[in-house]
Design a protein around this ligand. Structure first.
Ligand code: NAP
Length: 265
């Protein structure tokens, strides 16, 4: 079914890619674009797209009232994403959220709000299908090899660390592993942070460099061997099949679904 779509954060790196995908590849109708930059300008001109004029608005609540979307796609920033979710769900609109920085505590209240307003919401820390598989394979490996560390690498404009994908991977590993490494000798960290962040026993190392997009390596180590599971997103197009899948299935879920893997057959 054709959906009326509103993109929030439409001028951002991800938002622009989502807008192009909807205009160029989908039957869905792009009815609204919201951002805090370029307000009042025609986004189609800015993106060089030959499509009907769509003026960028800055007030999400008002834009929902004006455009009556079926679904909001949000790629904004960790500081505002919870406000956006509250506004969207309270209006009874389904949401697809890729913005990271949402905590486990937030998830409970989001599910409650969605159900109260009879709206559905998919939150996915990573829309790249390869990254979803990387997490699935890491969870499988964790059943057999307990010692593991995660290195996540992103572009230098990323605001939050560690990445939502790294946090989710650590959670999946924790759910699956039967034992945990016991470090017997006391470690001496000569520079604070050298051993990375500690996600309940799993070390996460965050690298931020220009030129990178989104990458993660999960390294398992055992006596005489190691297993590396790595995924690389080389550009933001890599996230679009996942966004399209979410658009296809958002009206078939109920309440909150966290993670694209739940939509994969
Ligand atoms: P970005 O380029 O900084 O884009 C974010 C856009 O949202 C900016 O234009 C920003 O405007 C705008 N914005 C800020 N507050 C807003 C508000 N209240 N209402 C509407 N728009 C608002 O960031 P990005 O690289 O596109 O990434 C966006 C988010 O997606 C990040 O959290 C990132 O980690 C995440 N991400 C997720 C995936 C995934 O697969 N789930 C993949 C890549 C990235 P200003 O510049 O004025 O702040």
């Amino acid at each position: 079914m054709k959906k009326r779509v509103l993109v929030n954060g439409a001028c951002g790196r991800m938002g622009q890619e989502v807008v192009k995908t909807i205009v160029l590849e989908r039957d869905d109708l792009l009815v609204g674009v919201c951002d805090q930059v370029n307000i009042g300008r025609n986004l189609m001109d800015l993106l060089g797209l030959e499509a009907e004029e769509l003026i960028i608005k800055g007030d999400l609540r008002q834009l929902i009232e004006e455009t009556r979307p079926d679904v909001i796609i949000d790629f904004t920033t960790p500081t505002v994403v919870m406000d956006n979710i509250r506004i969207g769900l309270a209006s009874g609109v389904d949401m697809i959220v890729g913005t990271t920085g949402i905590t486990e505590v937030d998830l409970e209240s989001i599910d409650k709000l969605a159900r109260e307003n009879k709206a559905n919401i998919l939150i996915a820390p990573n829309f790249a299908l390869g990254a979803v598989l990387m997490m699935r394979f890491a969870a499988e490996a964790a059943k057999y090899i307990y010692d593991v560390e995660i290195i996540e690498l992103h572009h230098d404009q990323k605001l939050d660390s560690p990445s939502g994908t790294a946090i989710k991977t650590a959670e999946l590993i924790k759910q699956n592993r039967k034992e945990m490494r016991v470090i017997e000798q006391e470690e001496i960290e000569k520079i604070t942070g050298a051993r990375g962040a500690d996600a309940e026993g799993i070390k996460i190392h965050s690298v931020r460099l220009p030129g990178l997009v989104a990458h993660q390596e999960v390294i398992f180590g055992a006596e005489g061997q190691s297993l590396s599971i790595r995924h690389d997103s080389y550009n933001r197009k890599s996230f679009m099949p996942g966004v399209k899948l979410a658009l296809d299935k958002i009206d078939q879920i109920s309440g909150l679904v966290y993670g694209l893997e739940h939509l994969l057959a």
